[in-house]
Write a protein that binds this ligand. Structure first.
Ligand SMILES: NC(=O)c1ccc[n+]([C@@H]2O[C@H](COP(=O)([O-])OP(=O)(O)OC[C@H]3O[C@@H](n4cnc5c(N)ncnc54)[C@H](OP(=O)(O)O)[C@@H]3O)[C@@H](O)[C@H]2O)c1
Length: 273
């Protein structure tokens, strides 16, 4: 397993600013795993949350040996209420200062042909679990008068997207939620950040049945996001997400729907060929 060693710009500020522990959901793979590594490298202890226990245990061993931080493994299915309760119970005794809610997945293809149970599971993980953990930690952070909440949005969050209609809708929920929450919690010295990457090389594409070109590394997303924490409402880590974001900013919403649907058509072309 590769754990990056070169430090991001000023991640050492994270522990001083927010506290001793970070909770990272989706830490077994991809973006969440990269966040967990980066937070450990900044000197924070990390609680690693996902379903695949062996991957979490392995990461915990690696991070604690490399960075001499404490790690807590929490095996939980966040699609369920029990899983969310377990996360909250298992972190109650920790001085948590950062929440990164990176657990999530996507779907693609014709919505009417999709598996409704899978779509409901995605809604539960991407939205309901984010709501539950954000609600819980927002109250804790407000009471201790410091903390940070990082939520995973996407470039698909800013308009409807054909062939990924429901996934894009889950990310629009997160984007709007993060923007409002940031305004609300700013007065309590709590930072909130929406992370809106483009394609990222992780387990995401195969689960979503998408093919991605020019995908960013998860480490780029994690480092860029932690650099932006406390300085922005939304960050678009990676080149493609910045290019698309800025070039579409002045495009009317119907135009953005057309353009992003064309992008998604390319990412799902293999499904019909
Ligand atoms: N990759 C991209 O192109 C991209 C772009 C924009 C936004 N995003 C967003 O970034 C987030 C992370 O995606 P990723 O790229 O890192 O994907 P990934 O590599 O597939 O990782 C997803 C993580 O979520 C966890 N997870 C999924 N279902 C879960 C459940 N029911 N309970 C607990 N944990 C669960 C997985 O762990 P287990 O399987 O071990 O449970 C895994 O750790 C997602 O919200 C995604 O929408 C991704």
């Amino acid at each position: 397993m590769n754990v990056a060693r070169e430090p991001a710009k000023d991640t050492r500020r994270l522990r001083a600013r927010y506290g001793e522990w970070a909770v990272v959901t989706g830490a077994s793979d991809g973006i969440g795993r990269a966040f967990a590594s980066e937070l450990a490298r900044s000197g924070m202890n990390v609680a690693l949350v996902a379903r695949r226990a062996a991957l979490l245990e392995q990461l915990a061993r690696e991070l604690s040996e490399t960075y001499e931080v404490a790690c807590r493994v929490i095996v939980a299915d966040l699609a369920t209420q029990d899983g969310n309760r377990m996360l909250i119970k298992s972190t109650d005794s920790l001085e948590v200062g950062v929440l990164v809610a990176a657990a999530g997945f996507g779907t693609s293809g014709e919505f009417v042909d999709s598996d409704l149970d899978n779509e409901e599971t995605m809604l539960n993980v991407n939205c309901l679990a984010s709501l539950r953990v954000a609600w819980h930690f927002a109250r804790r952070f407000r009471d201790r008068k410091r903390g940070a909440i990082v939520l995973l949005s996407s470039i698909v969050a800013f308009q409807g997207v054909k062939r990924s209609a429901h996934y894009a809708a889950t990310k629009a929920y997160i984007q709007n939620f993060a923007e409002g929450l940031r305004e609300k919690l700013r007065a309590s010295n709590v930072d909130v950040l929406a992370v809106a990457p483009g394609p990222v090389a992780s387990g995401f594409a195969s689960r979503a049945n998408m093919k991605m070109n020019g995908a960013e590394r998860p480490e780029t997303v994690a480092k860029g996001s932690l650099d932006a924490l406390g300085r922005a409402t939304t960050t678009r880590p990676g080149v493609l997400s910045k290019v698309l974001g800025y070039s579409l900013a002045m495009t009317p919403r119907w135009g953005r729907v057309k353009i992003m649907s064309a992008v998604m058509k390319g990412m799902t072309a293999h499904q019909t060929s």
